[in-house]
Design a protein around this ligand. Structure first.
Ligand SMILES: Cc1ncc(COP(=O)(O)O)c(C=O)c1O
Length: 342
C-alpha cells in the first residue's frame, strides 16, 4: 500500500486522547448566558496569555478576524494589509460582505509589511482618499512560509500608525512564539486585538479566540451573535482548547524541525535557486514553481499531499500527524520527482 503523508495544512490535525477525555468530562453551561465555566476558563486563559483584558471564543479563525473587523472599522473604511494575508485573500470577501470595508493592500512577500507603505495609504486621506480604519498583520505569515514578525518591527508599525488600531491575525501565533522565544503577550502588546487558532498546529478540533480591550470584546460578543457564532454548551469544544494551550505549544518545535528538513530537500530539488531553506523557521514550506499544480498532482500520486496557495506557489505544512519517518519518505519522493524545470 502506498504511504500517505498529508502536508496540505495543519488544520488536518486530529484531537489528542487527552483532548477527547477533556471534552467528554467538560463541565458545561449555556454560553449564550455566559454560563459555560469551561468557555469562561478558556477565554480567561487566552486573555492572560496575550495580556489583554478580555477574550471571546469563536468557532473559527475567519470569525475571529471578522469580529475584529466589525468592531474596529466603520462601513466605507479602508483596511491596510498585506496582499496575501488570510484576511485579504482567503476569506471569500468576508470583510466586504460583513463590514462594508475595502482593502488597500501592500507588499507582504516576505511576511512583514512596510511602515512607509502603510503610512502612505493613511496619509492619502488628506488627498480625499478613504479613511483607514484598521491595519491588519499576520504572525506567522502563512503564504511567505510561516514567517514570524520581528517584534521591534511590529511595535514600530503600531506606533507609527497610531491612533489607527492594529489587528493581529495570530492564527499561528504560538508557532511564532516557539520559533522566536518572544512571548504571546509581548507580540500582542503593540496591537489592539489579537486572535489565535486552537485548531491548527495546536490540534484542537474546533475553535479560535479573539482578545482585546473589554469594551471591544463586549461588542465582539454581539457581532458573534449576529454572525451566528454564539454557541451553547461550547465547553465541550473549549475543553479541547484548554488542553491545546496547556500541552500542545512546546511540541510545535518538532513541526518546525521537520519543516526545516523538508525545506532543505525542496531547496535541493524543486525550489527556485534564490529559495533559502533557512527562511523556514516554523511549520510551513512555501516556494514558487512555474508548474505548481503539476508538482502537487504528481506528488499526490506518490502519496505526498501538498497544496498551492496561488497558481505558482506550492505549500507543505508539518503538524502533529507528520512524523520523522514521514519526512524521510517525502524527501525520497522529492528526489525522484520528474516535474521540471524549476
Ligand atoms: C493566517 C490564517 N488566518 C486565519 C485563518 C482562518 O482559520 P479557520 O480556517 O479556522 O477559519 C487561517 C486558516 O487557515 C489562517 O491560515
Amino acid at each position: 500500500m502506498i504511504r500517505s503523508v498529508d502536508l496540505r495544512s495543519d488544520t488536518v490535525t486530529q484531537p489528542t486522547a487527552a483532548m477527547r477525555r477533556a471534552m467528554a468530562e467538560a463541565v458545561v453551561g449555556d454560553d449564550g448566558y455566559g454560563e459555560d465555566p469551561t468557555v469562561n476558563e478558556l477565554e480567561a486563559r487566552y486573555a492572560d496569555l496575550v495580556a489583554k483584558e478580555a477574550a471571546v471564543f469563536v468557532p473559527s479563525g475567519v470569525m475571529a478576524n471578522q469580529l475584529a473587523v466589525r468592531v474596529l472599522t466603520q462601513p466605507g473604511d479602508v483596511i491596510v494589509a498585506g496582499r496575501s494575508q488570510h484576511l485579504v485573500s482567503f476569506e471569500m470577501g468576508a470583510s466586504a460582505r460583513n463590514s462594508s470595508v475595502q482593502f488597500a493592500t501592500v507588499d507582504d512577500a516576505r511576511g512583514e509589511i512596510d511602515i512607509e507603505e502603510v503610512l502612505a495609504v493613511i496619509d492619502a486621506e488628506i488627498d480625499h482618499q478613504p479613511h483607514v480604519g484598521l491595519v491588519a498583520v499576520e504572525n506567522t505569515h502563512m503564504p511567505s512560509g510561516g514567517t514570524p514578525w520581528a517584534l521591534e518591527n511590529l511595535a514600530a508599525l503600531a506606533a507609527a500608525v497610531a491612533p489607527v488600531p492594529v489587528h493581529l491575525d495570530g492564527a499561528r501565533l504560538f508557532n511564532a512564539v516557539v520559533a522566536t522565544g518572544i512571548s504571546a503577550a509581548d507580540y500582542a502588546a503593540p496591537v489592539t486585538t489579537v486572535m489565535s487558532c486552537l485548531s491548527k498546529g495546536l490540534a484542537a478540533p474546533v475553535g479560535s479566540v479573539l482578545a482585546g480591550p473589554a469594551p471591544l470584546m463586549a461588542r465582539a460578543r454581539v457581532e458573534r451573535k449576529r454572525l451566528g457564532g454564539s454557541l451553547r454548551q461550547a465547553g465541550i469544544l473549549a475543553a479541547a482548547g484548554l488542553v491545546a494551550l496547556d500541552s500542545m505549544v512546546d511540541r510545535l518545535a518538532q513541526d518546525h524541525q521537520r519543516a526545516r528538513r523538508l525545506a532543505d530537500a525542496v531547496a535541493a530539488t524543486l525550489a527556485p535557486s534564490d529559495y533559502d531553506p533557512a527562511s523556514c523557521v516554523t511549520n510551513i514550506v512555501a516556494f514558487d514553481h512555474p508548474r505548481a499544480r503539476d508538482v502537487v498532482a504528481q506528488l499526490a500520486q506518490l502519496g505526498v499531499h501538498g497544496g498551492t496557495v496561488s497558481p505558482r506557489r506550492v505549500r507543505f505544512v508539518t503538524h502533529l500527524g507528520v512524523s520523522d519517518d514521514d519526512v524521510d519518505y517525502v524527501i525520497e519522493v522529492l528526489k525522484g520527482l520528474t516535474v521540471a524545470p524549476r
